[in-house]
Design a binder for this molecule. Structure first.
Ligand code: CP
Ligand code: NVA
Length: 306
């Protein structure tokens, strides 16, 4: 069997996402009813973190145990990764002893290089450019609450970052539109996002206009991990890109609010919005685990229907 990696959202087809979302729903049902499901017994997931994490670590670790497998947790600080062992060598060694690798790192080039030298599937747990597991969870959450996302409008308010890039990939692949509003100098770069054209996203200078008529309003931190030196400049530049009740008021009446978390109330979103009735951020966080369990099952066992 050829190895399948999950390094970008475009690494699965629309048809495979339909399968993954159906599996995530079934795997979630089993979890909620305490039904044992151990298809990955004796399999090991290596998790490599070069940046901090709460949700990604807990969701992959708990998820792998729930599927009957086990995990190995590595960070830059407590492994040879932080002492300049070549990525190629790390990939060769780690992938001889484990069945699956999840990596959170800086440049996408690092995870691509690791995957090139890995004997086992590699999953992107966030890079500077992409966060595909998060967008898979977000879309699954949307479907749970509102049904198909096809033809819908997602408003992205804030930084043209890894989350924004991945939303653009998902829109092109699954057939919806992203309204993007970022401060000047922080725009999304279609080339970095790897989208073919601009048919599935529209750029708005005014964040309120981006939210008008949206089915989903979403945002993220103003300063992503790795960009901390820009924090003060970003606080000034992003001051008007705070999702507030006025923005939610011009979205569709049944619009949802999402945030990948961690959130900073009073910066990118007001407390009223993130803690309000339209917010589904806790479902969104929980769903990371269910979609990633479906993904790990798919990468190791192919399409199963148990
Ligand atoms: N949303 C997300 O990936 O959270 P963590 O940084 O806590 O893993
Ligand atoms: N854009 C954020 C997402 C955190 C989950 C970051 O990269 O830090």
């Amino acid at each position: 069997m050829t190895i399948r990696h999950y390094l970008q959202f475009t690494d699965c087809t629309a048809d495979e996402y339909a399968h993954l979302f159906a599996r995530a729903a079934e795997i979630k049902r089993k979890f909620k009813t305490y039904e044992k499901y151990h298809p990955l017994a004796d399999r090991t997931l290596a998790m490599i973190f070069e940046k901090a994490s709460t949700r990604t670590r807990v969701s992959f670790e708990a998820g792998m145990y729930q599927l009957g497998g086990s995990v190995v947790h590595l960070t830059t600080g407590d492994s040879q990764l932080g002492r300049a062992e070549p990525i190629e060598d790390s990939a060769r060694v780690i992938s001889r002893m484990t069945d699956l690798v999840m990596i959170r790192t800086f440049g996408q080039d690092k995870i691509e290089k690791f995957a090139l030298h890995s004997r086992v599937p590699v999953i992107n747990g966030l890079t500077n450019e992409f966060h595909p597991c998060q967008i898979m969870a977000d879309i699954f959450t949307y479907i749970e609450h509102r049904g198909s996302i096809q033809g819908k409008v997602v408003a992205w308010v804030g930084d043209g970052n890894n989350m924004a890039n991945t939303w653009l990939q998902a829109a092109e692949l699954l057939g919806f539109t992203v309204h993007v509003s970022t401060p000047r100098g922080y725009e999304v770069n279609a080339e970095v996002a790897g989208v073919k054209g601009n048919a599935h996203y529209k750029v708005f200078s005014d964040p309120l206009e981006a939210c008008r008529g949206a089915d989903l309003v979403t945002t993220d931190v103003w300063t992503s991990m790795g960009y901390e030196a820009e924090n003060e400049a970003r606080k000034a530049a992003f001051a008007d890109w705070c999702v507030d009740e006025a923005m939610m008021a011009v979205a569709k009446p049944d619009a949802l609010f999402m945030h990948c978390l961690p959130a900073h109330r009073g910066e990118e979103v007001t407390a009223e919005v993130i803690d309000g009735a339209q917010s589904v951020v806790w479902d969104e966080a929980e769903n990371r685990m269910h979609v990633q369990k479906a993904l790990m099952e798919f990468l190791l066992l192919g399409r199963v229907n148990a």
